[in-house]
Design a protein around this ligand. Structure first.
Ligand SMILES: Cc1cc2nc3c(=O)[nH]c(=O)nc-3n(C[C@H](O)[C@H](O)[C@H](O)COP(=O)(O)OP(=O)(O)OC[C@H]3O[C@@H](n4cnc5c(N)ncnc54)[C@H](O)[C@@H]3O)c2cc1C
Length: 448
């Protein structure tokens, strides 16, 4: 039996999935390393007022049977489905059971304009869009495309014309709804529009396909990270925390890596933290451009509330660009963190550029954020929060800049050609379902 040593860099969900899929390969020794002093990357919830507060709204979303089996195994069954479907907000209205923008409360003239632009689409194939702005206009027409551009800017704090078209998959802008479900269904019967438009599924169908799960143990996502750390450790994975990898040296058979003062030898490195440019720098490969992935900064406002005052079981996405809040989730309620006296918490994600007044004065903006919750009737009107905790996270989701596709592919090709014993993903997957799916292929790719 051959013995092989692998180092996985990053203990976020990607590192966890990659490690778990390699566990059990005969003769394989797996080490994991993370720059942070804790395990789990962004899954690490913050303890506050006897609660565990996630850094934002986190779910295991889009979970299929295979991923469910995986999560259940890692957490010894300690995950539960989120039974209430999400909601969508726009213009002060809440639409239940829908997680994309619903523009059906726009003035009738605007909606007629959207329809006429959709029906007058030229059927000839369009050139590949140079950026997301063009893609939104090509896909939805100038009126709806322009509205979606404004929504994109609110949600991601960056202009859609700076971002590559394929990043639409990381947004809630993948389909358009601008009228009643019946009218949308009627329009969708036109094959040219079916893929562009959305109608809500009936409630019972939505409930049948529950696909969001959350850890049950009352410790937020930290509970899952802890379970994963224990699961991996008990299967022989060695975990090194608080150690940033910033150099690798070539050895005769692979790589020497300095971890906490001791040189460790590895045959293979799995780069599971999503930053190809960082990897290139470590390897001394010069990139043509700066890192093309722009991080979205988010202010998280967590409000201590009484569960009885919350009109929300899961979460809502508020798409209207005039509202400061994007996602609001009843994290304390669906995460089994409601105390005996009924106190719990809700979390608001407010994307904010790091130069903005909201970012700078986040602590002073809590009233503005709370009023937005009132506007959408998410909390009882006559109450004030019991406490507020502000977290500012400068790097959350990352979006690839327009025009960087070729130089990124070229850089990835150079790394792969020069260093076959380093595995990385040039365009890292965004959602956990995609992270999980990517890791299921790792054994095959590494030929283990
Ligand atoms: C606020 C927020 C909410 C989200 N909600 C959802 C959701 O509900 N559903 C969903 O499917 N997806 C969600 N996502 C998207 C995505 O699924 C998560 O971002 C995912 O958990 C990311 O995992 P990761 O391992 O790629 O990155 P991370 O969790 O960021 O982990 C990367 C790790 O690598 C370490 N690292 C980096 N460089 C080095 C180095 N040189 N040496 C050592 N260690 C290093 C870092 O310290 C970090 O711990 C959300 C993302 C954010 C930001």
């Amino acid at each position: 039996m051959n013995s092989k040593r692998i180092l996985i860099v990053g203990t976020g969900f990607q590192g966890i999935c990659d490690a778990a899929h390699l566990v059990g390969v005969p003769g394989l020794k797996i080490h994991m390393v993370d720059a942070a002093p804790f395990f789990g990357g962004i899954l690490n919830s913050v303890p506050f007022n006897d609660f565990y507060i996630d850094k934002g709204l986190h779910f295991f979303s889009g979970v299929d049977a295979k991923m469910h089996e995986f999560l259940s195994e890692i957490s010894s069954g300690g995950i539960h489905p989120i039974m209430s479907p999400p909601a969508s907000g726009f213009g002060g209205d809440v639409v239940e059971n829908f997680d994309l923008p619903d523009l059906s409360n726009l003035p009738v003239e605007t909606r007629k304009q959207i329809l006429s632009e959709l029906l007058n689409f030229d059927d000839s194939p369009l050139p590949h869009p140079v950026n997301l702005s063009q893609h939104l206009h090509d896909r939805y027409g100038p009126t709806a495309g322009g509205i979606f551009e404004g929504i994109f800017k609110k949600i991601h704090t960056v202009d859609a014309n700076s971002i590559t078209a394929r990043e639409i998959q990381k947004t809630g802008l993948v389909r358009l709804k601008f009228d009643t479900d019946a009218e949308m269904l009627r329009l969708k019967s036109d094959p040219r529009l079916d893929d562009t438009l959305a109608a809500r599924r009936p409630m019972e169908t939505a409930a049948d396909s529950i696909s969001s799960f959350y850890p049950s143990g009352g410790k937020g996502m930290f509970g899952f990270a802890q379970d994963a750390q224990n699961w991996l450790s008990s299967r022989g994975v060695q975990i090194h925390l608080g150690k940033k990898i910033d150099t690798f040296s070539r050895s005769d058979t692979g790589w020497d890596v300095n971890i906490s003062g001791a040189i460790q030898e590895y045959d293979q490195i799995v780069w599971s933290n999503g930053t190809v440019h960082q990897l290139a720098k470590i390897l001394g490969i010069s990139a043509q451009d700066e890192d093309p992935f722009l991080p979205v900064p988010v202010v998280f406002a967590v409000f201590g509330v009484n569960a009885a005052d919350v009109n929300l079981d899961s979460y809502i996405q508020i798409f209207d660009p005039v509202d400061v809040v994007f996602r609001v989730g009843a994290g304390g309620i669906f995460g089994n963190q409601t105390k005996g006296d009924g106190s719990t918490f809700i979390t608001c994600e407010c994307p904010a550029a790091t130069t903005s007044a909201l970012w700078e004065g986040a602590q002073d903006s809590t009233d503005q954020i709370w009023r937005c919750l009132n506007k959408y009737d998410l909390v009882a009107l006559d109450v004030e929060p019991n406490w507020v905790k502000i977290l500012r996270v400068p790097r959350t989701l990352k979006l690839q800049m327009a025009g960087s596709e070729n130089s990124l592919a070229e850089l990835a090709n150079r790394i792969s050609a020069e260093h076959q014993s380093i595995f990385f993903r040039a365009s890292p997957p965004g959602f956990r379902r995609d992270i999980f799916a990517a890791s299921t292929q790792l054994r095959g790719i590494l030929q283990l």
